[in-house]
Design a protein around this ligand. Structure first.
Ligand SMILES: CC(C)(COP(=O)(O)OP(=O)(O)OC[C@H]1O[C@@H](n2cnc3c(N)ncnc32)[C@H](O)[C@@H]1OP(=O)(O)O)[C@@H](O)C(=O)NCCC(=O)NCCS
Length: 164
């Protein structure tokens, strides 16, 4: 992926932006996305599961109530978001998300968050939960502006709750 892939013009064309539920055909692009995340300087902020090709394959074949989405353009994954917990019987889903290092700072995270909130609401969820490292300033502030209220999980992490 070259450094200009996500320039403003690149995002707008040729294929536009799609938000998709994971499916087997996305295993390759998702694996590529995980590799890019794993190499980013802030990779330690995002560890919901291993960031490997094998994990990408498993997620793309997932059968269950948990929801896994990607934002794609031109066959590449630009962002990834999940609502997990329903498979384990919880009422309040846990949200996780990440944006490709080369696609950040353009509003994709905010867009995906709003979409995930709606997906949870349509499932009947009354709240969403997430955890975030205090040092992850960009994410902490984004979530705060979207309405999450924080409590301390441990000295390094916060738990955020959004009332839907
Ligand atoms: C946190 C993350 C998802 C943000 O993605 P993004 O696409 O850059 O976010 P957006 O462009 O939607 O911007 C989100 C907010 O950050 C602000 N922002 C954008 N670029 C910024 C920058 N370089 N520095 C500081 N703030 C910035 C924006 O103003 C925006 O706030 P607003 O919507 O209230 O105006 C992304 O940095 C990431 O994937 N990080 C690694 C994984 C991770 O930490 N995930 C969260 C785990 S809890």
């Amino acid at each position: 992926m070259d450094a200009h892939s996500f320039s403003g013009a690149g995002l707008a064309q040729p294929d536009g932006l799609e938000l998709r539920l994971l499916c087997p055909e996305l295993a390759g692009p998702l694996g590529e996305f995980f590799r890019a995340l794993a190499q980013a300087p802030d990779h330690a902020f995002f560890h919901p599961h291993p960031l490997t090709d094998e994990q990408a394959r498993q997620l793309c074949s997932h059968k269950g109530r948990d929801l896994y989405y990607v934002a794609c353009s031109a066959g590449r994954v630009l962002a990834y978001g999940m609502l997990r917990g329903w498979d384990e019987g919880y009422d309040i889903p846990s949200l996780g998300m990440a944006v490709h290092p080369e696609a950040r700072g353009r509003g994709l995270a905010r867009t995906l968050m709003v979409f995930l909130h709606m997906a949870a609401r349509l499932r009947g969820a009354r709240k969403i939960r997430l955890t975030v490292y205090r040092d992850n300033q960009r994410a902490v502030e984004l979530y705060r502006r979207l309405g999450y209220a924080y409590t301390e999980k441990d000295p390094r992490q916060l738990v955020g709750i959004l009332e839907l």
